[in-house]
Design a protein around this ligand. Structure first.
Ligand SMILES: Cc1cc2nc3c(=O)[nH]c(=O)nc-3n(C[C@H](O)[C@H](O)[C@H](O)COP(=O)(O)OP(=O)(O)OC[C@H]3O[C@@H](n4cnc5c(N)ncnc54)[C@H](O)[C@@H]3O)c2cc1C
Length: 340
């Protein structure tokens, strides 16, 4: 089977990998358009989220697939992709502390969460909490490595083309393929083949900082915001959420917002070295979007990864690859027919 994938963010990359592994012929096109979501992201996989510290949706299904796929890509590409960094959770109030202790007592959370006596390697750099939790099975997926090296390999194999696709050209392009899959992130809101999919886009911004003396810390840090080690004394801090935004660029307002939150956590001097922005392809019901156009049955979509592309992309890429190549049914929770 011969397929064309439009877009090479984390959705297009993982789908291409799943299809190639299953022996399909794949071509990828991406126009490197502004506002993409994967490259500015930290790639955090955080199994326990929200104010109540609840396990994320179908974590026990998604986490092992993500770990296996990223580790396989790491071996194939010869670069670090899966960085198993635990998260130090600063617990700032007695309620948070109690809720955390309650989670730690639940058997089905035992693999994921625990308590920490202190702030560990972060201790000299942070305002003390009431107590500390640790999220053990967390990771950072190195998106820039993965996308960059996957593209380099695809270019060398002659299966990648840098090209912006115009929707009026799609039907002609599609004649050369058994299927075309749109993996175009937030820009799918303009896709005439897939209207009305319950979008609720969320622009996000993050800062890159240096914290002198903090080199070598291999824990992420979370309280009011999240810090992610990028190597040496460099860290990613963020991200913010904006549902209304005038443009795709980093903004002074979000920079100030992130800095305020950071200064509530960190007690040492730091230097801002970068500022990034992107638009998350978020859907109102917080579920991915997989499926086919009702008229042009060879046009498909793989999107809606929202705030959790790192965790969701590997599992749903495999699911869609099986649907495309073997005709297996799509899970109703992600099938775009839920909107019709
Ligand atoms: C600040 C920020 C922080 C985040 N942090 C995390 C995190 O820690 N963990 C996590 O799991 N998720 C995080 N996310 C969310 C995550 O990044 C998304 O879930 C994911 O990147 C979505 O990937 P995608 O491939 O669907 O879209 P994108 O990454 O946006 O990729 C779409 C691609 O399609 C291409 N394209 C679009 N239209 C066309 C066209 N017409 N022709 C050719 N090419 C086209 C674009 O150039 C782009 O490369 C974050 C997002 C942001 C913005």
């Amino acid at each position: 089977m011969k397929l064309l994938l439009l877009g090479q963010g984390i959705a297009g990359t993982m789908l291409a990998h799943s299809l190639l592994q299953r022996g399909a012929q794949v071509h990828i096109m991406d126009g490197d358009l502004p506002g993409g979501s994967t490259l500015p992201a930290a790639g955090i996989i955080n199994p326990v989220t929200g104010k109540r510290f609840v396990k994320t949706w179908r974590l026990d299904d998604f986490f092992p697939v993500a770990e296996e796929c990223y580790q396989l890509l790491e071996r194939e590409l010869g670069i670090p992709v899966w960085l198993p960094y635990p998260i130090l959770r600063i617990l700032g109030s007695p309620e948070e502390s109690n809720d955390w202790a309650a989670r730690c007592a639940l058997p089905d959370y035992a693999d994921y969460v625990g308590e920490s006596r202190d702030g560990g390697a972060w201790q000299p750099f942070i305002k003390p909490g009431i107590s500390y939790g640790v999220i053990r099975r967390a990771a950072r997926v190195h998106f820039p490595h993965l996308l960059g090296h996957f593209r380099k390999k695809a270019l060398a194999e002659g299966i990648f083309q840098q090209r912006k696709i115009r929707y009026e050209d799609v039907e002609v392009l599609a004649r050369d393929y058994d299927a075309v899959v749109f993996c175009e992130g937030f820009r799918a809101t303009e896709n005439p083949y897939f209207p009305n999919l319950g979008w609720q886009l969320a622009k996000g911004e993050a800062l890159h900082i240096r914290i002198p003396g903090a080199a070598g810390i291999e824990h992420m840090l979370k309280k009011n915001t999240t810090l992610v080690p990028l190597g040496g004394d460099r860290f990613w801090v963020g991200g913010s959420y904006q549902w209304h935004y005038p443009d795709l660029l980093p903004s002074a307002g979000e920079r100030d917002y992130i800095l305020r939150r950071l200064e509530e956590m960190i007690i040492v001097p730091f230097e801002v070295t970068g500022h990034v922005a992107g638009v998350r392809p978020t859907v109102k019901d917080r579920r991915p979007l997989l499926g086919a156009n009702q008229t042009f049955s060879n046009l498909f979509i793989f999107n809606g990864l929202g705030t959790k592309g790192a965790l969701l992309a590997p599992f749903w890429a495999e699911h869609l690859a099986d649907h495309l190549l073997k005709g297996t049914a799509l899970d109703a929770a992600v099938d775009i027919r839920r909107f019709t």
